[in-house]
Design a protein around this ligand. Structure first.
Ligand SMILES: [Zn+2]
Ligand SMILES: [Zn+2]
Length: 443
């Protein structure tokens, strides 16, 4: 009888970009399909752009997997996606068109809406959207999804069964968002699934345990908007439409008009259905046909920077970094605030971060960080592992996977390109407290 093998092609020691292949009797399932930034290899950025997938494979940004990016296509190869973040979907534009892709219905909705605003994979893939709990077969490999809470709609864990193994991929998850019960329910279902191997994220393996919750973010957005003597600006990640409700409520309660970027407004309307807001208008803002049609059909009011100038205190405004030039038209008056809620640039590791702060300082806007992470803390992840009790845990999506685990669960720190089978799990050791402890630099 054929045995199942699984291989880690990327993402064992990075935040995101994890690509795992499960193979049984010639059938292959790959999950996810993202790009992660690594400090140990050269990368392409906004200025130095790749010419195509070959450049990405050569420098090591994309894995070299047969029939994935280059013909001939293989009908026995399929992809499963946990969620729509770029570190999980960034390579989709290069996947051979026609490749079968399993994903949750909301992830499909998000990728389609992103295509409509011009920010999606823009690909003719053979999408198979799946409701939670519904099984689909890819040859001998059976797949189903369960929802988890993360900072984007449709986020899922992936349950995989073959004739000889049960594998479980957590996707990205958290317990401090608006739906912690989704993540708790996942842990219960995962335990009942009795996985041989659990692949779980460890983004926050080191660092602070406590964070700003999504509810606290809403309160902060309201307080800072209410206390602003001038304009109230914010920057969030439009792939998380639910978070815009915090700014919508802050605008409502302070009597300000909410102004969104038109593309954001389009995405938010697909998922949340807001009313009472305006969108930015400027000759430099070029919109896709679906967004223009939608704005015209819904008669959404447009606001220009000149409309806002000298009346900033009447508005709560989404200001994305790529349109900071709006500030040069508005010329903000003293006393305004800029709330950073996980929009791009996301953190000091991004070269644009310092420039963002320079712009804000130049225009006298107070910088306030009010973000809420999409990831559970280290202790929460370790408690979930203990609850699930897999035969073996294999931590991924982490700079410090050795910090993720439990002394009561066998563990393997996965190695790239090494094929694992059920037999590989038999002698996996239980980590000791010392194995899980932070190293001197981390502590
Ligand atoms: Zn991720
Ligand atoms: Zn994510």
């Amino acid at each position: 009888m054929a045995t199942t093998t699984w291989t880690f092609y990327a993402g064992t020691r990075t935040i995101g970009g994890n690509i795992i292949q499960v193979e049984h009797d010639g059938y292959r399932l790959l999950f996810d399909m993202g790009r992660a930034f690594r400090s140990d290899i050269p990368i392409f950025d906004g200025t130095l752009r790749e010419r195509g997938i070959r450049d990405l494979v050569r420098v090591g940004v994309a894995p070299d997997i047969d029939n994935l990016f280059t013909a001939p296509a293989d009908p026995k190869l399929a992809i499963a996606l946990s969620h729509c973040h770029l570190d999980h979907t960034g390579l989709l534009p290069y996947v051979l068109s026609g490749t079968r892709v399993f994903l949750s219905t909301d992830t499909f909705r998000m990728l389609s809406a992103l295509d409509e605003i011009g920010e999606g994979p823009g690909q003719t893939l053979d999408y198979t959207p799946l409701a939670y709990g519904v099984r689909v077969s890819h040859g001998p490999i059976s797949v189903h999804f369960h929802r988890v809470d993360h900072d984007t709609p449709g986020a899922s864990s992936i349950f995989i069964e073959t004739p000889d193994v049960r594998l479980l991929y957590s996707g990205d998850l958290r317990l401090h968002g608006a739906h912690p019960e989704w993540t708790r329910e996942f842990a219960q279902l995962a335990r009942a699934f009795q996985p041989h191997a659990l692949f779980i994220e460890g983004t926050r393996a080191i660092g602070e345990e406590s964070v700003t919750t999504e509810a606290e973010l809403s309160d902060l957005a309201l307080q800072l908007t209410a206390n602003s003597a001038g304009g109230a600006y914010f920057n969030a990640y439009r792939r998380h439409p639910e978070r815009y409700l915090a700014f919508y409520n802050a605008a409502k309660q302070t009597g300000r008009t909410l102004i969104l970027q038109p593309e954001t407004a389009y995405l938010v309307h697909v998922f949340e259905g807001l009313a009472d807001f305006a969108v930015w208008s400027d000759p430099s803002i070029q919109l896709s046909q679906p967004v223009r049609d939608w704005i015209a059909e819904k008669q959404i009011p447009s606001v220009t920077a000149n409309d806002v100038a000298h009346r900033e205190a009447s508005y709560l405004m989404e200001l994305t970094y790529d349109r900071f030039w709006l500030l040069s038209d508005i010329a903000p008056e003293a006393g305004g605030v800029f709330m950073h809620a996980n929009g791009s640039p996301l953190g000091p590791y991004d070269p644009a971060w310092d420039n963002m702060l320079r712009w804000l300082e130049h225009y006298g806007l107070a910088f306030e960080s009010i973000g809420s992470t999409g990831h559970a803390s280290r202790n929460e992840i370790c408690a979930i592992i203990e609850e699930i009790q897999p035969q073996v845990v294999m931590p991924i999506h982490s700079f410090n996977p050795e910090r993720i685990g439990s002394t009561s669960v066998r563990r393997i720190l996965p190695e790239l390109l090494r094929p694992y089978t059920l037999a590989s799990l038999a002698d996996a050791p239980y980590p000791t407290e010392a194995d899980l402890a932070p190293t001197v630099e981390e502590a």
